[in-house]
Every structure is written in structure tokens, then in C-alpha cells.
Ligand binder design. Sequence first.
Ligand code: FRU
Length: 443
Amino acid sequence: MKPQYHFTAEKNWINDPNGLCFHNGKYHMFYQYNPKGTTWGYMHWGHTSSDNLMDWQHLPVALFPDNEYDKDGCFSGSALSIEDELHIMYTGIRYREKEVNAYGVEVAAGDDGLLPSQIHAVSKDNGLSFTKSLPPAIPIDEHSHFAHVRDPKVWKTVEGFYRTVLGNTENRKQGSLLFYKSYNLHTWEYEGKWTHPDFGWGWECPDLFTLDGYDVLIFSPMGINIHHINQVSMYLVGRMNWETFNFEIFHKSFLNNCFDIYAPQTFSHNNRRIMIGWLRQYHPFTEESYTGMMTLPLCLSVKNNILYSYPISEVDQKRGEIFHQQSNKDITLSIEKLCDIELVIKGNTKINLGGILITFDAHQGQLIVDRTQVYFEHTENHHIFPMDGLPPECTLRIFIDHCVVEFFAEKGQESCICIVDPNKFSSKLEIKGNIDLTIYKIQ
Ligand code: FRU
């Protein structure tokens, strides 16, 4: 049942990817990790590294609570590779008061029970261990909310100084971004704020970068309430004004048609902007000792104000031999739940993929993915995902990895990344329609 080519911890709970970077010849991914169990709590930074972003080597926990500023958790943050040193900024958390939740985990009491500060730390051993600079680089100040400011994303500007963006709330009424500037990563100066009333009451995990001539903000608003889901990752494409700190919005959208993805992070390497997101699974599948996984690494691009996301080309190295290839006929087949499928859909088509119903309406240019029959009860409770604006002849790539299925139409113009219950998801594939199909094994 465990995914084979999607990252999971060896055991225990994971959430957000943190500190994504390329450093000293390797890719590194840190992640929110509870070493004590399979539910959220006691946040540490787990650590893994890779040569190709696909095969990950598990490494010891890299960051753990050990001082008065982060004694209750090392929350999300980001990394910068500077010569031999790996610099990180993360949110240290203290709880004002504690309570024990239904899983026996100590958490903050009340909605505003967190006491955050932003901490800078440096590793000289490729992320195996970190030296924290204390007191915190960015304490709570008159611009930030006393409980809900977190998730520093740090980068080096074209002008040559460093900038950090933080997710914040304006008095629990609307979300905001706070910007700070530094020349040495140790001392930080407040620069400005951007806030907007349309996206929930507070923002987590902001990530702001330039791509294909646009500015792109990816963020995770709280209090969005769409289909009864409270927290959903979004993106804005537009233009950031670094004098006024106003973000002019050209286009706004949810990040993915399925809301399992949350708190993604991006990094840039060799002219690619790569994103990895957390897939929200809240309880282990039966008798498994891990909870949560990451999406495939996705390469981002912007065309006509739309953010495209498509798996990096390294994913192709996982392709083994062709398992099945066929054109223009109806199909009933038993497949392995570990494969990479390429389809060209050439007219109205109905597909039943192990209980996931996929319908393509060529006239409307709409592809609907419906996972109602196979949904996992401990994930986001929303199961029908329409994807619009597709051409009458549409390409579709599907990655199956036991309990995760990722759909990419038209090379990432629309996508749908979903968790399925491996106990309900079957290996039967039925297609009625005019298609070209190639199924590759995964090796
Ligand atoms: C997003 C988030 C972050 C926070 C972290 C704690 O999922 O809530 O805002 O830093 O998770 O684990």
C-alpha cells in the first residue's frame, strides 16, 4: 500500500515540505515531522536528500526543539544554499498554554495559543545538523500578529540583499504577507505588508517568485471555506510592486483541482522552478505506521496568466517497459497499481480507473475526475473535480502509485492530484471512447 515513488517518511506523521534546495551537489528536502507518532504534533524537521528528486535517502532528524523559543515546535521554513553553508529560516513555536488533544498529544490551548518567532540557523554539514542564532532573527513586532505569523520563505534578491516573506493575519480578519530585508541573514528590517480581504482570515506558507515574466504568489489561506474545506492552497499571478508592496492580481485560482495538496514549497535550480506539496492524509491506511506523503516534484511555468504544473522530466526515468499499448478501441484490462499512463483522448470518453470515474466531454472541453467510490475517509472530503478549458483532442498523463493518483491534462494546464483508499482502489481499467493509450510499468 505504501507509495513507491512518492515520498513518505519511514514511519510517523509528516506535513509541509520545508527547506527545499540544491546544496553541495544534492537536492535536500526537509519536512514537518512528528517523531513520536502518526498524528500531528511535536514538530521537528525530518530530512531527506536525493540526486534526482525521485529516489530519496532518509536522513536523521535535522532540527528539533531545544531552546526557549522553539521548545514546542520547529514549524515550517525555507533554505538558502550559500557556498558551503546551508542557511535556514524557520518558525520557532512556544505554546502559551498547553492542553492534551484526543490523540494524547500536547498542543497549544485555544485558537491563539501559539507564540511564534522566526529563527535563522546554519548547517556546515549539508543539513545534518544546524546551529541556531538566538535570540530569534525576527521576533513578533508591531506589524505581526502575536500568534499567527509564520513560515518564512527566504531568497536572495536580484539587487543582492536577502528578503523574507511571512504569512500573517490582520487581526484574524484577513490574511497578509509581511516582508523583511537583510544584508547578512542575521539582522532583519521590516519592509512592508500586503493584505487582501478575499482569501480567508490568515495565510500560511507564502512563496513568491518571478516566473516567465510574471510574479507568482503561492499561499495557503485559512478560512477559505470552499466545499466545506477550510484551508486550501491557492495561487495568484500578477505583478509585485516592490516600492508599495502591492500585488496587482491578473489571475487567481486554486492551486489544484483536488484539495488534497496543501502548504507546497518551491525552489529554483538550473532555470527550473520546482514545487513539492504535502498530500493531506490525516490517519494511516490500515496498520501502516506512516501518515502523509508528498506530491511528485512538479515543474512550474506560466502561460497567459495560468500556472502550469507538470512532473519534472526525471519522472520519466522511472518508466519501465510498456505494459500495454492500444488505439481507437474500447478497453477492459487489469493493470498494476504502479504505472505511468499516457492517453490522447479524441472525443467523448468514459474511463473507469479502478473505481475513479473519468469523463471527457470533447465539446465542452471538460474532463471530470470523480473519486467518490474510492475516497479515503481521513482526507479532504471533496471528491468530484471538473477541469475546464481543454481542447477537443486532449492529452492526459496519469501516475498511479497505490494510494496516490495524479492526473495532468495538456501538460499541466489542468491537474488533479488525489489520495485514494488503497483498499477500495482496484486494478481494473475500462475505457469507452476513441483514445490512444500507452501504459508504462514503473521500475
Ligand atoms: C501548514 C502549517 C504551517 C506550520 C506547520 C506546522 O500546514 O500549519 O503554517 O508552520 O504547518 O506543522
